[in-house]
Write a protein that binds this ligand. Structure first.
Ligand code: XIL
Length: 725
């Protein structure tokens, strides 16, 4: 809750900051077109429908928007169409077929022969005795040809036989096929016959063998073997249907890739026929999520999205052979797995999920992107730690040892993906690479292992998001301005000052420039604040403020000044002994103004050689620190002469005038943000201030967001402006 409030506050101050994934699920806008449109150059996108889906207007609208192939979920199966011998019931099948005829959508027929949802009359007598083969074949032929003939104008392909291959493990010598009544009567031949009967009724229909656990290596080999034998025997089989009932932990997309590659050596058509990705590993329809009140956690959604995104990437790769991908049901509400399993891309209210957008908004260029294998340890790693690594393109690669874990997610990812999901590598560790290059600069992150949050033991820790997080550095092309060089360096020292107002010993870090100790010179002071969730370490540790200053001074670009960095919160509960939890309101009250102006500044002025005057005193801050700067500089017009807001909002001439601050009283104003943070506001604010006669500078950091490279660069741009007469 707190995070959301803070995010809102930041957004208010900055306009449209891109919301980070860590601030919770975003609302996904209603699409104007569908998956079928996004995938028009790849394959058809199909769906299994029930009667409600094709009769209720809201559902019809979703079906027509998203899909261009339709399967009847149950209505064309053996038992529903012919519950008793010779007694056909076409009602539901006709309704769905007519819907498709009316809208010009071709159907996948599902399914002609299956051991489940079939009238027992097909293969046994009233006493439960298996029928003679000829009688079974006659029943089968009559059934198959009746239904294929009836719908041949609208059904373009059939799942002729469903689920006839045995599940793993199959012991040596045991049959590779399921020991169904049909198999007991006729052996493998019944499968061949089913295809022949269907082909006879509609020689133009594409005929599929369809099964589940379609990517499990041993079973996919058996499926391949069966179809290969059929081909060799001249059976009219055109394709393999991979049901695609997957889950968030498996199969591995590597196995899916391999299975498709294997199948494509024996058939020209592969369809994913029943796609859903459930949130648990159970098989079948009776699932944990049907029974309990479990909620799908954010990290489970991340795993699900990752499975979907990677699956579609594999399918796009095989677009030459994959020509239809059918979701098993329209929405979670319709799913045979139960709504709590949340297995589809459309939720129970027929609204699309974030994963839907991730599947839809693929970048064809990224599909073929070549990741250069020049990964090197990140500069933020602990001594001797190889991972995380970064390559020259800005990809990050992670490796975590957690042998008993079921899932490992890195919170860093791209475009609201919620992170990078790691996968088990051959050596048993978890590994993964970001889906694309990251923004240059420093990023905080953490790991989520089976739902628990941890730091990456590979990196040093950085206080952000109100906790010590892991951090990674993507080398920036302009990193020279904070590089470590053989030049005179200043010092960063910790000071402790007693704060009466908060009844606490408080801490600050003070940067004194090189040479401070050797002269009697007095220096101007910049009070520089961190952002929300950070602390007094942020600016010199992840911000490299001291190195930026040392370099600027060594290069003669600025006159030296002191920087003071202190903790900018006074009444929230993050620290032991803090008075009380303040929440978002507390963060903005005047407690910090008192600490800063009435306690810290007098302490600094009495313990360091400062020029203790308004015109030689600046306040600046990033994000929340910018908001504090804004509030405090206006409330205490006599204290500071220079103001800086770094991704922390803007000033307007009216509020300055209202605070009695005309262009003579404010020596200079600096406003900045990253180009990915809605930079227009910064540009227009700077211009408005300049037009009103203020000494103002606006700066936009190219290619960065609400992160530290924006603020490092901002300090570098702001420093030369400060304390100029
Ligand atoms: C399921 C339907 O979705 C359910 O409504 C029905 O109760 C059972 O069958 N593999 C298949 C599909 O080939 O036909 C199944 O459909 C799901 C598993």
């Amino acid at each position: 809750m707190k995070k959301v409030l803070i995010a809102l506050l930041c957004a208010l101050a900055l306009g449209a900051i891109p919301t980070r994934a860590q601030f919770g699920p975003r609302t996904v806008p209603e699409p104007t077109d569908g998956l079928k449109d996004a995938y028009k150059d790849y394959f058809k996108i199909g769906v299994a429908v029930n009667i409600r889906n094709v009769t209720e207007p809201e559902q019809i609208q979703v079906v027509l928007r998203e899909f261009n192939s339709i399967t009847a979920e149950n209505a064309m199966k053996p038992q529903p169409t012919e519950p008793r011998k010779g007694e056909f019931n076409w009602e539901d099948a006709d309704k769905i077929a007519n819907f498709c005829r009316q809208h010009g959508i071709k159907m996948r027929g599902h399914t002609l022969m299956w051991h489940s949802q079939i009238g027992t009359w097909m293969y046994q007598d009233e006493n439960g005795k298996l029928l003679p083969k000829e009688e079974f074949y006659a029943n089968m032929k009559h059934h198959i040809q009746a239904i294929v003939n009836r719908y041949k104008d609208v059904v373009y392909c059939w799942d002729v036989v469903n689920e006839a291959v045995a599940d793993s493990p199959v012991y040596p010598g045991a049959p590779e096929l399921r020991n169904s009544p049909m198999y007991q009567i006729a052996g493998e031949e019944f499968i061949y016959k089913a295809f022949e009967y269907a082909h006879e009724a509609d020689p133009t229909a594409l005929l599929f063998y369809n099964d589940y656990n379609d990517s499990e290596p041993a079973k996919s080999q058996r499926i391949y073997n069966l179809v290969k034998r059929m081909k060799d025997a001249g059976v009219p089989v055109d394709g393999i249907g991979m049901q695609g009932h997957y889950n968030i932990y498996g199969p591995s997309m590597d196995d899916v890739d391999k299975a498709i590659a294997l199948y494509s050596t024996v058939v020209k058509h592969i369809h994913i026929t029943e796609l859903d990705i459930r949130v648990n590993e159970d098989m079948g329809g009776g699932l944990r999520f049907n029974q309990g009140a479990s909620q799908v956690a954010d990290w489970e959604r991340t795993l699900q999205q990752d499975q979907y995104v990677n699956l579609f990437k594999v399918l796009r790769k095989h677009k030459d052979v994959v020509d239809c991908v059918t979701f098993w049901n329209v929405s979670d509400k319709d799913s045979w797995l139960g709504v709590r399993n949340s297995p589809l891309l459309i939720d129970e209210n027929y609204k699309v999920k974030q994963a839907y957008n991730a599947v839809k908004a693929f970048d064809p260029k990224q599909d073929n992107a070549v990741v250069i294998e020049d990964f090197r340890p990140s500069s933020k790693n602990q001594p001797g730690q190889e991972y995380p690594m970064v390559n020259s393109q800005g990809y990050a690669r992670f490796k975590v040892n957690a042998p008993k874990a079921n899932s490992v997610i890195v919170s860093l990812g791209l475009g609201g993906s919620g992170g990078t999901v790691l996968h088990k590598a051959e050596d048993g560790s978890w590994m993964g690479t970001t889906a694309g290059p990251m923004d240059e600069g420093f990023h905080y992150y953490h790991l989520t292992i089976d739902g628990g949050v941890f730091n990456d033991p590979g990196t040093e820790n950085y206080y952000g998001s109100s906790r010590w997080e892991s951090g990674i550095e993507i080398p920036a092309h302009d990193e020279a301005f904070y590089a470590e060089r053989d030049i005179p360096h200043g010092n960063v020292q910790q000071i402790l000052f007693w704060s009466k107002s908060t009844n606490q010993l408080r801490k600050a870090f003070v940067y004194t420039p090189a040479g401070y100790e050797k002269t009697k010179k007095k220096y101007p002071v910049l009070y520089l604040q961190h952002g929300w969730g950070e602390n007094e370490f942020a600016w010199h540790v992840q911000g490299h403020a001291n190195l930026i200053m040392d370099n600027l001074i060594a290069d003669g670009k600025i006159d030296p000044f002191i920087i003071v960095m202190t903790y900018g919160m006074t009444n929230e509960g993050f620290r032991p002994g803090a008075p009380r939890a303040g929440g978002a309101r507390g963060m903005m009250d005047n407690g910090f103004e008192t600490v800063l102006c009435d306690e810290l500044i007098p302490y600094v002025d009495s313990h360091f050689r400062t020029i203790a005057k308004k015109d030689s005193r600046a306040m600046a801050g990033l994000s929340m620190g910018g908001m504090e700067t804004h509030t405090i500089t206006l409330a205490r017009p006599e204290v500071f002469g220079w103001y800086g807001l770094l991704s922390g909002g803007t000033y307007n001439p009216k509020e300055l005038a209202d605070a009695g601050l005309d262009p003579k009283q404010v020596k200079g104003i600096f406003v900045s943000c990253g180009s990915k943070e809605g930079p227009d506001q910064i540009r227009s604010a700077a211009q408005a201030l300049q037009e009103a006669g203020y000494n103002a500078k606006g700066y936009v950091s190219e290619g960065t967001a609400h992160e530290f490279l924006t603020w490092r660069r901002s300090l570098y741009e702001m420093a030369p402006m400060l304390f100029k007469k």
